[in-house]
Write a protein that binds this ligand. Structure first.
Ligand SMILES: [Zn+2]
Length: 406
């Protein structure tokens, strides 16, 4: 059996994800010595991140004491920013939402006013959960544009004027904890896998005004060398009628210029449909309008040709569609499936599941929380947190609130 890391963070991950339930199982899984594992487990118990509870089955000798993750050892703030609205939630360390609030914003107002509003909402939501800024272990933020993940700075975001290179984490200084910022599609992709510990390979494709893709490899976001992995909206697609469409990026016949929400609206208006928004086109299709249905299905076929190539290359377990256009559901999926199953290799397509998101409204917040939790509890941060006594939280049950104190 291949052994894995035995750092405190790794041991915590094994228990959180259910791969190990006792010291003995951690020893077997990591190949580390019993003393090393015991010492690190004791540290994690002292930090209140692990708890002992119950006895397991004996395999001869004394039955082992079971270990479990204490998801109430701290809380995280999750911020899901869109172009016109923001949702802020406070969750426990398993991404269970304790309190949440949404508010309209205009992302084009720039980072100053928008982040001031986010700060106000965060304090309100913490108050509702009976918590204070000192209780927050980590902050996760999703924004509707490309982000350099290592610094939390947006990079030339097309729909976020004034945000280029802005240090988003600096707006959360009052929490004195790590702040992680990523683009909304990566965050939603994490929200789709939900609980930590998924080992799936997954593509989460957001079809809104633009088209983007979150790439999940073995349960974790794959960001690539500079953080732009999954930027599929500007892949070139051939047009059967030889038509050329210029994309907002300046290139011709990009996927999103042909099959994104903006393109769908443009083509619907050109076809004489009485619509003034992408939502209206999607609603018309939902009502069974033949022309709207055909436009949505065609967009699905075009998206499907690109996804077929991605399926051959990446062989995912699942593809999940999300975003405004994905609300169209069946006609979009029909077009996508038609192209994917026709064009991908049988082995890759055999067990492939292509669905629409079950909870598109929630996945942004849950994903932002999971990003913060996974990063905060990763190997180095946990060891740091164990060294830094201010980051160690102890259980102190309080009625109606996540048990926390410092
Ligand atoms: Zn383009």
């Amino acid at each position: 059996m291949a052994h894995t890391s035995a750092s405190a963070g790794a041991l915590l991950r094994h228990v959180r994800t259910g791969r190990a339930r006792s010291r003995a199982e951690l020893v077997a899984l990591t190949g580390a010595s019993r003393n090393t594992v015991s010492a690190r487990v004791d540290q994690l118990i002292a930090a209140n991140l692990l708890e002992e509870g119950g006895r397991g089955w004996s395999t001869g000798g004394r039955p082992p004491t079971l270990l479990r993750f204490n998801s109430r050892a701290g809380c995280v703030l999750a911020v899901d920013m869109g172009a016109t609205s923001v949702d802020v939630a406070v969750t426990d360390l398993s991404a269970q939402i304790l309190a949440t609030i949404g508010h309209p914003i205009d992302i084009a107002d720039g980072p100053g006013p928008v982040l001031a509003e986010v700060d106000r909402l965060a304090q309100q939501v913490l108050g509702e959960a009976g918590l204070t800024p000192a209780d927050v272990c980590a902050v996760g933020v999703g924004v509707p544009g490309p982000v350099e993940f290592s610094t939390g700075r947006p990079s030339h975001p097309p729909i976020m004027p004034g945000w280029h290179d802005y240090p988003v984490p600096s707006a959360f200084g009052r929490y004195e904890c790590p702040v992680y910022v990523d683009n909304d599609v990566n965050v939603m992709a994490l929200g789709e896998i939900g609980v930590a510990g998924s080992s799936q390979d997954l593509l989460v494709v957001k079809v809104g005004t633009g088209i983007g893709c979150g790439v999940i490899v073995d349960g974790q976001v794959y960001r690539g060398a500079q953080g732009s992995a999954g930027d599929i909206g500007h892949i070139h697609v051939a047009q059967p009628d030889g038509r050329t469409v210029t994309c907002r990026c300046g290139q011709e016949n990009c996927l999103e210029a042909i099959a994104g929400g903006g393109a769908l609206l443009r083509d619907a208006v050109a076809a004489g449909l009485p619509v003034d928004s992408v939502r209206a086109v999607v609603e018309l299709a939902a009502q069974g309008d033949g022309a709207a249905l055909e436009l949505v299905r065609n967009a699905g076929r075009t998206i499907g040709t690109v996804l077929a190539a991605l399926v051959n290359f990446f062989n995912p377990h699942r593809i999940v569609m999300t975003g405004g256009v994905a609300r169209a559901g069946v006609p979009l999926l029909a077009g996508i499936r038609e192209a994917v199953y026709r064009r991908s290799m049988p082995l890759a397509a055999r067990a492939l599941d292509i669905t629409v998101s079950d909870a598109p409204d929630r996945s942004g917040r849950v994903g932002a929380a999971l990003m913060a939790i996974e990063e905060f509890l990763d190997e180095d941060s946990v060891v740091e947190a164990l060294r830094d006594t201010t980051a160690v939280v102890r259980t102190a049950p309080r009625p109606g609130a996540v048990p926390l104190s410092h």
